[in-house]
Write a protein that binds this ligand. Structure first.
Ligand code: SF4
Length: 167
């Protein structure tokens, strides 16, 4: 897997101080994509998991990790993303995990495969759906267009209905 970027600390990619990994490669090709170069699976640097884990481990102000892209949950990236989240939780068990994806949560549930289920086990908050230029709204927090939802995955499972975070 290639990565389009990594922020050691950010407060604009989810609640609280977070490390942010931008993976490379995205099959969605949304019009008006904010990160067009990251659609290319060969864009960016090789993902050096150990180096990133060390940087996370050494940073004591972080409250969580956000995985963005590109598309973290496409078939090309999802296994390495899940493996990375597992390893992050080994060194930072208290971390919460946000993930940005162009898929809707319904599309992910519909896959009914092991690795997607594992991803949904590990992700606390899913910001879902493709970017839609005609629904773009710069006043929205943590998302680009109105169709995208900030979903509390664990609450959604418990309530058996999609439960959005009120931000
Ligand atoms: S899902 Fe995100 S990265 Fe992929 S094309 Fe759409 S806006 Fe760009």
């Amino acid at each position: 897997m290639k990565m389009a970027g990594f922020y050691d600390e950010s407060i604009s990619n989810g609640l609280g101080w977070r490390a942010v990994l931008f993976v490379s490669g995205c099959p969605h090709h949304c019009q008006g994509c904010h990160n067009k170069e990251a659609q290319d699976f060969n864009y960016g640097a090789n993902f050096n998991k150990q180096e990133i884990l060390t940087r996370i481990e050494e940073n004591s102000i972080l409250k969580g990790i956000t995985i963005s892209g590109g598309e973290p949950l496409c078939k090309e990236n999802i296994s390495e993303v899940v493996d990375f989240i597992h390893d992050v939780k080994k060194i930072k068990p208290h971390f919460n995990v946000w993930c940005y994806t162009g898929y809707t949560i319904e599309e992910l549930i519909e896959r009914k495969d092991k690795i997607t289920n594992e991803a949904l086990q590990e992700i606390d908050v899913l910001v879902d759906g493709r970017f839609k230029e005609d629904q773009k709204d710069p006043t929205l927090k943590f998302r680009g267009s109105k169709n995208q939802r900030i979903i509390d995955v664990k609450e959604s499972k418990k309530n058996k209905k999609i439960t959005e975070l009120l931000i």
